[in-house]
Design a binder for this molecule. Structure first.
Ligand code: PLP
Length: 391
């Protein structure tokens, strides 16, 4: 543990073991572009031998994220999906997974089309319903996989309750913490075993890198995951590890600003007559509002909303000027996306509709723009739509 553990989260983003390079004093960590390392002794190898197995730049990021998540060990992967897929390799043929029904599209694809070929079965459940989770448990259930808030409907799952259910039957609890980051939610402190991240999103925050992270607390689980990281080999490159570390330094201020904006946008949208519904755990009418408040330090910067029709969605997307219309979230620029054809395109339409991910749903990830500018932009786009439908 570092000498800064008594400091607050935002201070520890800057002050950790890696605040300067021990050798030169450089306040930006050197990028070690080496694939291999000279061994001074033929009998005894040094700490590093080959970069898939260990690299000082990647290791710095791994230690930083482990500390921020209150874990003991972190692992950096070439994408969020690489982190998630490698963590699934902890399971074996014959095992069963209980998983959030409105999980990220790529995770849905991995579980439903890849793991099944290796004899790992699954049940998608509404994780807000503890009875439904209980009912889905089988004698071979070995893992619970949670996204909270979920993507894209921002449903809230009780991490503590699911983790204790998992412990009772000797199963692992995985939590995808991409939407909130340790700035707002620390699943390991609530009983989860493995925290996963698409570091592509808020952690790096600038839409310039694809990366994934995993963090665990239990040393034995850490050894197993390290073995899999090295065996499967989907490690993060050093340049990208450096970019994630740079992004992390501003995580707190970015999250605070984006979250405040998301709250204002959610209020604006929920009072607009052309918006059918708004999904955001910061709104008191959200069904998971109080549970979310209990287990997190804030509602985050992602919300979704439903317009009247698919036509209305097209018109809105065409008429807004500020947001980037793109796949992804968690960046300095506000990102508007269309789950039906983007993040959840991998989900067959009937499955998608069953989960409430309709063709008139949009997802918004608030960036660092001024919130009044964004609201004015949205107001104008909705007004154009109202004018068009008046004809
Ligand atoms: C983007 C995302 C992923 C996948 O991460 P990649 O870095 O794109 O591989 C997983 N989970 C959530 C919640 C995401 O938003």
């Amino acid at each position: 543990m570092s000498e800064y553990t008594d400091c607050t989260f935002e201070t520890r983003l800057l002050h950790n073991k890696f605040k300067y390079d021990k050798e030169t004093g450089a306040v930006s960590l050197p990028i070690h572009h080496a694939s291999t390392f000279h061994q001074a002794d033929p009998e005894k190898f040094g700490k590093y031998d080959y970069s898939r197995s260990g690299n000082p730049t990647r290791e710095a990021l791994e230690e930083i994220i482990a500390e921020l998540e209150d874990g003991t060990r972190g692992f950096a992967f070439s994408s969020g999906m690489a982190a998630i897929s490698t963590a699934f390799l902890l399971l074996s043929s014959g095992d069963h997974v209980i998983i959030s029904e409105d999980v990220y599209g790529g995770t849905y694809r991995m579980v439903s089309q890849v793991l099944t070929r290796f004899g790992i079965t699954h049940t998608f459940v509404d994780m807000t319903d503890l009875d439904a989770i209980q009912a889905a448990i089988q004698s071979n259930t070995k893992a619970f996989y949670i996204e909270t808030p979920s993507n894209p409907l921002l449903k809230v799952t009780d991490i503590r309750a699911v983790s204790s259910l998992a412990k009772e039957i000797g199963a692992l609890t995985y939590v995808d913490n991409t939407f909130l980051t340790p700035a707002l939610q620390k699943p390991l402190t609530l009983g989860a075993d493995i925290v996963l991240h698409s570091a592509t999103k808020f952690l790096s925050g600038h839409s310039d890198v694809v990366a994934g992270l995993a963090v665990v607390k239990d040393p034995e689980l850490a050894d197993q995951l390290y073995f899999l990281q090295n065996s499967f080999g989907a490690v993060l490159g050093v340049q990208d590890a450096w970019l994630v570390m740079r992004g992390l330094k501003t995580l707190h201020v970015r999250m605070q600003h984006s979250q405040e904006t998301a709250g204002k946008v959610a209020e604006f949208l929920s009072s607009h007559p052309l918006v059918k519904s708004v999904y955001y755990p910061g709104l008191s009418e959200h069904p998971g509002y109080s549970l979310h408040n209990e287990q997190t330090a804030g509602p985050g910067a992602v919300l979704s909303f439903e317009l009247e029709s698919e036509e209305a969605v097209k018109s809105f997307v065409t008429n807004v000027k500020l947001p980037v219309f793109a796949v992804s979230l968690g960046a300095v620029e506000t990102i508007l996306s269309y789950p039906a054809q983007m993040s959840h395109a991998a989900m067959p339409e009937p499955e998608r509709l069953k989960r409430g991910i309709t063709n008139s749903l949009l997802r918004l990830s608030a960036g660092l723009e001024n919130s009044a500018d964004l609201i004015r932009d949205f107001e104008a786009a909705l007004a154009k739509q109202a004018a068009a439908s008046a004809y």
